[in-house]
Every structure is written in structure tokens, then in C-alpha cells.
Design a protein around this ligand. Structure first.
Ligand code: SAH
Length: 313
């Protein structure tokens, strides 16, 4: 697996959530603590403030009078010449575990190791992959009339993707859309036999967990959000946990097109343990319980013998 450094928010959540035991299926977690609006403890000045604080990251090149670096933790020159201020989470922030929260439905099911298949999705017979996926997620290279660092699929090629065969008995589809694909996706859903039931909005924040103002896309307005349509085939998978997560993800922006890891936890809580298929994923998207397809995976790894035979046969 490639190194997948956690975002600042993920580090915070990770240190806050303690998985008591896999066997007892009990999760305990402390209450959510927000980032302090003042940033550092010194600027906050309130010794009783229970929010999480940041520390200034001062290197030999830092000139604190210049203010914050626009790129913050994504700056490629943090340790190598950037003059502006950067931050890290204050290691003094002890994260308490005094309040316990027990989920009514077991959320932690052992998952098989990740599998991935490098392929041109247009040429693969998706039916070979099986018909019982509880969840499919796709972040397609829609032809949105923009310069992208990878090839796109025409509208017809998208419509012809027969993903519904992978969810014969029903399931969830998480479909990322942007620009003109917001409309095109609705047509695809109709052709594939899915019904749109929800839409997740990813609010893009920077390292300080503040909403991005200067989006990288958007002609009339700067885009600071993305959309993931949630659709169902039939009445959805056999077993799922409704009503755990909200339809908003607030997460840090990373590389071009990269989606927030938070989506995987949301899906796992919705459908613990079910078989999952990601179409148009990259190596950092591979996850336990998921089969990932894409043309930038740099190879394949399939451990399921049946699937191996079908793909080789
Ligand atoms: N969700 C991903 C980004 C997906 S971008 C993330 O979080 O990082 C779309 C991906 O689809 C790119 O990796 C692109 O190379 C891939 N792709 C484009 N055409 C493809 C094709 N015909 N078959 C398989 N993958 C394709």
C-alpha cells in the first residue's frame, strides 16, 4: 500500500476515536472537539478553552511577520525555504476518552484485504466481477470540457457502462459529479436503472479547517464544494444502517480529483462488511473490502480465487 499521510483533521479524529475491541463490536469515542478559531493557544489566551489548538511551525526561513502561507500543509517548501507561516497540531492537546458512545448496530466487521485491477473500464466485462456488490462508488473521468491530467470518457461511453449488473439484488451507488456531469449523471442513472435518493456535499477546507475561498475550478464562482450523488438500485442492499451519517463531509483538499477518505468510513458505517466496488480509483483509493478498478493503478492484485479464475479464463 502506498503511503497515505492522514490530513490534519484525520490525525485529530484518529487520536480521538478508540476502537475498544473488534470482537465485542464496541466502539467508544470521545466528544467532538472543534479547532479553536484563534488558532494557537497563545493567540486564544483562554486557558480553559477546550478546543484543539495549533502550533506555529517555525523553520530557519520563516518570517512570522509575513503571515500565513496560502498552501499551509500542502506547501512543497515548508522545510525548504518557504518564508510564510505554517501550522501543526499542538502535541499538548490531550484527547480525552471520558464519554462513551455505543452504536446500536455492530459497525466493525472484519474485511478482506484490498484488491485492485488495472484495466480500461470500457473494455472490461464488468459482469465478470460478480453481481452482489452492496456498494459501488465511481468518480468518472467525465468529459466536462476541462483540462485534466488523464483521458476522459465520452457521454456515450459513460451511458454504456453496465454497472447495474454488479448489483443484481440491489445496492447503493455513490457517483461523484461536477460541472455538466451533474445533468449527464442523471441521464446515466436512468439508463443504468438507479434512483437518486440523496446527495453528499463535500465542503473543501484547508489545513486550518477553514472553507477554501479560492477554488481551483469555477468560472463564475470559485468552487469550494463537490457533489456525490447517492442512488439505489431496487431497495438497496439487504442490510444497511440508515441514519448514521449526514450528507455533508467537511474535509481537506488534496491532489487534483482526489476525493476525501471520509467517504469510505461513511460507506462502511452504512454497509458494514458488504462487498464494495470502486470504478476509476487510483492506488491510494484501495481499501480493505473494496475491489478498485482504474487505469492508473500500476498493476493488479486479486486474492479471491474465483475472481482470479474468471478474469484469467
Ligand atoms: N477518485 C479518485 C480520482 C479519480 S480521477 C481519487 O480519489 O483519487 C479518474 C480516474 O479514472 C483517473 O485515474 C483516470 O486515469 C481514470 N480513467 C480514465 N479513463 C479510464 C478508463 N477508460 N478506464 C479506467 N480508468 C480510467
Amino acid at each position: 500500500m502506498p503511503a497515505n499521510p492522514p490530513t490534519a483533521q484525520q490525525q485529530l479524529v484518529l487520536s480521538r476515536i478508540r476502537h475498544v475491541t473488534q470482537e465485542s463490536n464496541v466502539e467508544s469515542k470521545a466528544p467532538f472537539r472543534d479547532f479553536c478559531d484563534f488558532g494557537t493557544r497563545a493567540q486564544c489566551g483562554n486557558s480553559a478553552c477546550s478546543s484543539v489548538h495549533l502550533l506555529h511551525l517555525i523553520t530557519q526561513s520563516t518570517d512570522p511577520q509575513l503571515g500565513d502561507c496560502s498552501y499551509l500543509n500542502t506547501c512543497h517548501r515548508i522545510n525548504d525555504g518557504c518564508k510564510y507561516l505554517h501550522y501543526e497540531i499542538d502535541p499538548q492537546e490531550h484527547l480525552s476518552h471520558d464519554l462513551e458512545y455505543k452504536h446500536p448496530v455492530p459497525l466493525f466487521t472484519p474485511l478482506p484485504p484490498p484488491q485492485w485491477l488495472e484495466c480500461d473500464v470500457r473494455k472490461l466485462d464488468l459482469a465478470l466481477l460478480g453481481s452482489d456488490y452492496s456498494v459501488i462508488m465511481a468518480d468518472p473521468p467525465w468529459d466536462i470540457h476541462m483540462q485534466l491530467p488523464y483521458g476522459t470518457l465520452t457521454d456515450d461511453e459513460m451511458i454504456q457502462l453496465n454497472l447495474h449488473r454488479n448489483q443484481k439484488e440491489g445496492g447503493f451507488l455513490f457517483l461523484w459529479v461536477t460541472g455538466r456531469a451533474m445533468e449527464l449523471a442523471r441521464l446515466c442513472l436512468e439508463m443504468w436503472g438507479y434512483k437518486r435518493v440523496d446527495e453528499i456535499v463535500w465542503i473543501k477546507v484547508n489545513q486550518l479547517q477553514r472553507v477554501i475561498r479560492t477554488g481551483r475550478t469555477g468560472h463564475w464562482l470559485n468552487h469550494a464544494k463537490e457533489h456525490c450523488i447517492v442512488a439505489v438500485k431496487g431497495s438497496g442492499p439487504h442490510n444497511y444502517n440508515p441514519g448514521i451519517d449526514s450528507d455533508i463531509i467537511v474535509a481537506e483538499v488534496r491532489e487534483t480529483s482526489r476525493k476525501p477518505d471520509e467517504i469510505y468510513n461513511l460507506i462502511e458505517r452504512l454497509c458494514p462488511g458488504g462487498k464494495k466496488l470502486e470504478i476509476f480509483g487510483r492506488k491510494h483509493n484501495t481499501r480493505p473490502g473494496w475491489l478498485t478498478l482504474g487505469n492508473q493503478l500500476g498493476g493488479s492484485y486479486i486474492h479471491d480465487d474465483d475472481l482470479k479464475k474468471k478474469l484469467n479464463g
